[in-house]
Design a protein around this ligand. Structure first.
Ligand code: G4P
Length: 548
């Protein structure tokens, strides 16, 4: 290396190190209605990324989510696709990986978590843990993602804060550490005690949509008793002492290992506790981290860009029928016009029009750093999990397929449309819009759509009709649980006949068992404890899938 290139390399390393230092990346996991849209909006307001409340989700006629672009989304006023919101706050660059907000969420939500370094678990104080939150938490646990908990809607009557913490501990096996502690709740919500500074942040009820004031007083200030009823304050202090007595510490290593969750109480709608949450989150959250590859961990400061595709999206702009691959940058500096290697095919690709995405808006991006997400034009070249890199070869661990819960035959009533039907099914599978399973009986050639949510199936039907011109019919199979057989076909054959389940194969010709319910699954476990079943499909690399 010549003197000047060595110096340039050193400069670049410093630029990347500084960029990594100031970046934080996270996704919000929650159940519908917990307040994700409201919280996102408040966070964006602090970052100056939007100018007014309501820009993320306006009401009624104007209802339009920043991340809505598909026709179906517009018709229903919901957000199906996930996008990325990047904004600066203070000296930090934040990447908020937005996940679909609809109840019938899809695998996209799971995959987005593969690109996240931290997760914010949002709970409704009246409801505690809800089904969708639990499912998403499981994915975070698989990847050991640090979890920060925000308990929302404290301005409304809710459950006992201690019982909410207990639930996190006993049901998720995660140690909760309350960063602040509420004084009262609902009509009697008076504020929170910051456990680290022993300051009380007082809550005053503001008009809907307006920011509540956040007056601060020391816990020892006698004036506090003028603003807060004696019994409420005493109870909060007593509970706080109980927590202190329990002895857990805010151990950052445990936070980053996904074992301890800092917990915050607040109210997104009234904007109470959001800024303190954001400040503490940025202090405690994990920077863009080293990621697993086939050759061990890859440091974000590795010389040379690398990243992986975690999501594909077709027709974001129907006028152009374009396809975009979302790439999470994992190491080095990404630059416009860079020529990168595509690990799966070995091809060199020049990335001439990388984009930065913010909801519907797109701008050509000049450079990007670890923790960022870029959008690449994808003329059918990229698949979920693909690695792009420069320099020595890197291949990141793929993104697993997650266990679907809804299964339906996809029928094509019009044989003359078969070519388009086949093209559509293959492309939508490639894109990861839905998983495709096949009957083991070769005479039944129709594909089985397997999805995490009902809406995913509707999106597939809608897109087959609009983008490929084929009308299709769905015929539910009546199964609800799927498991991959770790030992493959050989193990299944050794087992002989099994009851109350259907064997199908996935696009990589691996056996998948479908059950009507968990009970039937448990029955099989009892009968054959040696059978190893998995809720996620093993990641494949270097093998082409079966096409329809
Ligand atoms: P989501 O994206 O997680 O589905 O939830 P979203 O933010 O849309 O919030 C769901 C409902 O909960 C909304 O009310 C929202 O105003 C309300 N909400 C969110 N945060 C708080 C909070 O801190 N306190 C209270 N009291 N309510 C909160 P909605 O009536 O369903 O809709 P809208 O009329 O407000 O649009």
């Amino acid at each position: 290396m010549t003197g000047s290139t060595a110096a340039q390399q050193r400069d670049l390393s410093e630029v990347v190190a500084a960029a990594v230092d100031r970046r934080r990346n996270f996704a919000i996991i929650s159940h519908p209605d917990a307040g994700k849209t409201t919280l996102t909006e408040k966070l964006l307001l602090y970052g100056g990324a939007i100018q007014q409340a309501g820009a993320v989700k306006a009401r009624g006629e104007q209802r339009k989510v920043t991340s809505d672009w598909m026709e179906l989304e517009k018709q229903r006023g919901i957000s199906i696709t996930s996008t990325v919101l990047q904004f600066d706050y203070d000296t930090t660059t934040i990447n908020l990986l937005d996940t679909p907000g609809h109840q019938d969420f899809s695998e996209d939500t799971y995959r987005t978590l593969a690109a996240a370094d931290n997760a914010v678990m949002l709970e409704d104080a009246a409801k505690g843990l809800e089904p969708q939150t639990r499912k998403l938490f499981e994915v975070c646990r698989m990847r050991k993602i640090p979890i920060f908990t925000f308990i929302n809607k404290m301005d409304r009557p809710g459950r006992e804060p201690l019982s909410l913490l207990d639930e996190i501990e006993s049901e998720l096996g995660l140690t909760p550490w309350a960063v602040n502690w509420p004084i009262g709740s609902g009509e009697e919500f008076r504020g929170v005690i910051d456990r680290r500074t022993r300051e009380v942040v007082l809550f005053s009820r503001a008009e809907r949509g307006k920011q509540a004031s956040e007056q601060r007083l020391s816990l020892d200030d006698p004036a506090l008793r003028d603003s807060v009823e004696e019994d409420l304050l005493d109870l909060a202090i007593e509970e706080l002492e109980l927590l202190e007595g329990a002895g857990a510490e805010l151990d950052l290593e445990m936070v980053h290992a996904g074992e301890l969750t800092p917990v915050f109480f607040g109210s997104a709608m009234t904007n109470f506790g959001v800024r303190p949450f954001l400040d503490a989150f940025l202090e405690l959250a994990q920077r863009p981290i080293a990621r697993s590859s086939s050759d061990g961990l890859v440091d974000p400061l590795r010389e040379g860009f690398s990243g992986f595709v975690f999501k594909l999206q077709a027709n974001m702009d129907p006028r152009h029928r374009d396809r975009v691959a979302f790439v999470r940058v994992c190491s080095g500096r990404f630059e416009k016009d860079m020529t990168v290697k595509h690990a799966r095919t070995g091809k060199a690709i020049r990335l001439s029009r990388p984009q930065k995405l913010f909801g519907q808006e797109r701008a050509v991006v000049e450079d990007a750093f670890p923790g960022d997400v870029i959008g690449l034009n994808n003329p059918g070249m990229f698949a979920i999990g693909d690695t792009l890199y420069v320099g020595p070869k890197v291949e990141y661990e793929g993104i697993p397929c997650f266990s679907p819960e809804i299964f339906s035959w996809l029928r094509n009533p019009n044989p003359s449309a078969f070519k388009n039907f086949r093209k559509g099914v293959n492309e939508l599978r490639e894109e990861g819009a839905v998983q495709i399973l096949y009957d083991t009986d070769e005479s039944k050639r129709d594909p089985i759509l397997a999805a995490v949510g009902q809406l995913q199936l509707e999106v597939v039907q809608h897109r087959l009709e609009n983008e490929y011109g084929v009308e299709t019919r769905l015929e539910p199979l009546g199964f609800q649980v799927a498991r991959w057989v770790a030992g493959g076909w050989i193990q299944l054959e050794q087992l002989g006949r099994i009851f109350n389940c259907k064997t199908v194969r996935d696009a990589w010709n691996r056996p998948v068992l479908l059950f009507k319910n968990e009970w039937n699954l448990n029955q099989l476990h009892e009968d054959h404890p040696e059978l190893e079943l998995s809720t996620v499909a093993p990641v494949v690399s270097g093998v082409e899938p079966i096409s329809l």
